[in-house]
Design a protein around this ligand. Structure first.
Ligand SMILES: O=C(O)CCC(=O)C(=O)O
Ligand SMILES: [Fe+2]
Length: 288
């Protein structure tokens, strides 16, 4: 299931792709297992109930469920990823979310990131432009040109943006491309793309899987730094146990580089736990 040339051109130009109904036969099972992960976590963030006021988020989300872990072996996911990142790509983690309300404009990676990375996202409820679907600024991935650089000034990747001060418009008025989604659709987007959402309800279900190009040996320190970023989710290893325990040799290809370079996470988490009262709920929410 490699991407066609048209799909590849589209993704490389605009920075995202939607696969309509590609998982429609599996979506009830996917949704059931999604809910099972929340049930096992008491229903919400950090083993507390979801309060419908703040986003609940679990890092290593698919990794702690056998069926969801196996999604990264699925040719419908592996094919498109390989087309963009090469056959030896790294799987770089997953988050599961119960979103509450809007997400600020942001991007998921910084301008300076040397290795290409992207995300696969599943929205488990029907979402449209004003009910919490993903909104993107097509082409915002091309740092180095005036349009993308201007956007990056106003909307850096932190989720602290100046749309009102600089453009005189509110977040949801920024001219953007909404990607309505129905259960069974799959979205793929480049981590550099500027994105947001508006009008979502207080238990908007979605999960993501992230991938990156394999690092060259001279850049392993950069990889280690990137892995350090996971510590804010209070995860002590680069992957959840089930993801590793159920891995075939094929899956291992996509886990081995991060596994070999993630031993420092444990100490980082220990340190962070003295400074944070809960694992991060993820960035870019309005209640931060
Ligand atoms: O659906 C949303 O509100 C935002 C999703 C997002 O920012 C992400 O998955 O990176
Ligand atoms: Fe994001």
């Amino acid at each position: 299931m490699e991407l066609t040339t048209d799909q590849l051109n589209y993704f490389n130009t605009f920075g995202f792709l939607k696969f309509d109904g590609i998982f429609k036969d599996d979506i009830s099972k996917i949704t059931e297992e999604f809910e099972n992960v929340w049930i096992a976590s008491n229903g919400g963030h950090d083993n507390q109930q979801h309060d419908f006021k703040r986003r609940s988020s679990i890092l290593h989300f698919i990794d702690i469920n056998v069926f969801l872990s196996s999604l990264i072996d699925n040719p419908k996911i592996k094919g498109p990823i390989s087309s963009i990142l090469g056959d030896d790509f790294n799987y770089s983690g997953s988050d599961g979310n119960l979103y509450v309300g809007d997400t600020r404009w942001h991007s998921d990676s910084s301008v300076t990131k040397k290795y290409r990375s992207l995300k696969i996202a599943f929205y488990l409820d029907e979402v449209a432009a004003d009910s919490g679907c993903l909104r993107v600024l097509p082409g915002s991935i091309h740092y180095g040109n005036t349009y993308a650089d201007k956007l990056n000034e106003v909307i850096p990747n932190t989720g602290k943006d100046d749309t009102e001060e600089i453009w005189g418009v509110l977040q949801h008025q920024v001219p953007s491309y909404p990607i309505p989604s129905a259960p069974g659709d799959m979205l793929m987007f480049d981590h550099r793309i500027k994105h947001s959402s508006a009008g979502g309800d207080s238990r908007r279900r979605m999960f993501t899987m992230n991938f990156e190009q394999r690092y060259k040996s001279e850049d392993i320190e950069d990889l280690k730094n990137d892995i350090s970023g996971m510590a804010s989710g209070w995860v002590e290893k680069p992957y959840g146990d089930i993801m590793i325990e159920t891995a075939s040799s094929q899956r291992m290809i996509h886990l081995e580089q991060r596994l070999q370079n993630g031993d420092h996470l444990k100490d980082l988490v220990k340190e962070l736990k003295t400074k944070m009262n809960e694992p991060t709920r993820g960035g870019a929410q309005f209640d931060e």
